[in-house]
Design a protein around this ligand. Structure first.
Ligand SMILES: Cc1ncc(COP(=O)(O)O)c(C=O)c1O
Ligand SMILES: N[C@@H](Cc1ccc(O)cc1)C(=O)O
Length: 467
């Protein structure tokens, strides 16, 4: 989409000043942070593309909704509003609020996984897989091969490979498959959508075997927009109707409202099975709170209910994705190695190609996040070997095919000028890429190591600095 054909469908009514730092300051700050962008203070970041989660700007309607919070311990009217919106927009019958997405992941994993069971999915997500493993499950990747190839232009890299799914069903036996974990869009594959055609086939196969589909719907509106744009037969459909069709092909969902639903905190578990809902209602009290608030204030549930309605507005979702693509296209035009196609919630740099002199075991993507922060005060996140963690059986690293740096764009927060500045910092970094050193751990936490790990820089090989 050419820039002249669209503009942000809102005007800005409140601003938050940004602070710039010097390169010298940033070199010190990132070293103090153990060369881990998660450990930086937000005040030391110029443009924050660490995540699109909980970082979006709420609308005036959502802020007004906060004032309508009913902070009763139980039976808050905001819960009933949220429940009605989930039923109307997503079609799920029952809703259990949770403090964020992983609260819902925890509940569903405990409810459906027994030790030794398998959980196939369209690529792992860090928190999702960990909850599956902590419940005794084994995650199995059944995503299409194209998703593992950063250069493939296939438009639906979130698709499930039916053969891989059949293989794991045959190997484990249908009774040993806890559920199929199906994400829209696929975060770790680079924000890639799944097609409805594929989902229908997957639904048919899983129904033949009596296997439930649990939908990770954090970015379902973004996925629906890509279906509208690229899947034959959907061009005339609204994003809202595509979202509802996607949900109708699944049995329940875990939702991080911090993405599509445009809130700073919140999530839920949605279910269609009444018996399972009764169990979830009981379990949520143990870990989150009463089933009518699940760790959220009434006002948070109100903001999420309103955010869900805004998430499927055509002008909003189009502008959201166009902004991401604007940045992606700037980088592609400059010859920067980015993952193809450009995703919906962020642009992903291919760190293997960007830093060919750094082997995967010296964490090229992590090293690139350090260099980008030093160059422009731009905060990004590693999505490669560090994020992938260790194999729970062998203790060795997982070695993912994709070694990426994600530039996640918060919704309604930055302007296109910010995207230009980000692109300039990346281009400058690319010109000096052979000076970037690899890293090694000085501290490696047991769970979700990428959040809190600390690193030190390796001394660059003399040959690599002179290329
Ligand atoms: C695809 C996906 N699933 C689940 C989660 C977990 O959500 P939360 O961060 O709200 O716990 C996230 C983000 O963390 C995500 O991107
Ligand atoms: N889900 C959020 C926050 C997050 C970041 C990294 C993680 O591995 C886990 C959670 C995201 O994708 O940005």
């Amino acid at each position: 989409m050419k820039k002249s054909h669209w503009a942000e469908p809102y005007k800005i009514k409140m601003v938050e000043p940004l602070r710039k730092t010097s390169r010298e300051e940033r070199k010190k700050l990132i070293e103090d942070a153990g060369f881990n962008t998660f450990q930086l203070k937000s005040a030391d970041v110029y443009i924050d593309l660490l995540t699109d989660s909980g970082t979006s700007a709420m609308s005036d309607r959502q802020w007004a909704g906060l004032m309508m919070g009913d902070e009763a311990y139980s039976g808050s009217r905001n819960f009933y509003h949220l429940e009605a919106v989930v039923q109307e927009y997503y079609g799920y019958k029952y809703v259990v609020p949770t403090h964020q997405g992983r609260g819902a992941e925890h509940l569903i994993a405990r409810l459906l996984i027994r030790p030794g069971m398998y959980v196939p999915g369209n690529m792992y997500f860090t928190t999702t897989r960990l909850h599956q493993e902590l419940a005794g499950g084994n995650f199995t990747d059944v995503i299409t091969d194209e998703a593992h190839d950063p250069d493939s232009d296939f438009p639906f890299k979130g698709n499930i490979d039916l053969q891989k799914l059949e293989d794991i069903i045959r190997k484990a036996g249908a009774a040993n498959i806890a559920y199929l974990s199906l994400a829209t869009t696929v975060n770790m594959a680079g924000g890639q959508p799944i097609s409805l055609g594929n989902m229908k086939q997957v639904r048919k196969l899983t129904q033949q075997h009596g296997i439930r589909i649990i939908h990770d719907m954090a970015r379902v509106a973004e996925n629906a927009f890509m279906i509208q744009q690229h899947e034959a037969g959907y061009a005339d459909r609204t994003v809202a109707s595509i979202v509802k069709e996607i949900c109708s092909l699944t049995d329940g969902a875990v939702m991080s409202g911090k993405k599509d639903a445009l809130v700073n905190i919140g999530g839920f578990l949605a279910l269609n099975d009444e018996g399972l809902y009764e169990e979830a209602k009981n379990l949520v009290i143990v870990y989150e709170g009463m089933h009518t608030y699940g760790g959220l204030a009434g006002r948070d549930m109100e903001a999420m209910a309103i955010g869900i309605t805004e998430s499927v507005e055509e002008a909003h979702i189009a502008a959201r994705v166009y902004q991401v693509h604007y940045l992606g296209n700037l980088l592609k035009e400059a010859g920067i190695p980015v993952l193809n196609p450009i995703g919906t919630h962020g642009v992903f740099l291919n760190a293997r190609t960007f830093l060919p002199h750094i082997p995967q075991t010296s964490f090229p993507a992590q090293a690139l996040t350090v260099a980008l922060y030093e160059a422009g005060g731009v905060r990004t996140v590693e999505r490669g070997i560090v994020s992938a963690g260790r194999d729970k059986e062998t203790g060795d690293h997982h070695y993912p095919s994709l070694e990426l740096v994600r530039l996640a764009i918060p919704r309604r927060v930055y302007t296109l000028s910010h995207m230009d500045v980000v692109a300039d910092a990346i281009i400058e970094t690319y010109e000096n890429r052979y000076n970037i050193p690899g890293l090694e751990f000085t501290m490696e936490p047991k769970y979700l190591r990428f959040f809190q790990a600390r690193f030190k820089q390796l001394t660059p090989e003399p040959a690599s600095t002179t290329r």
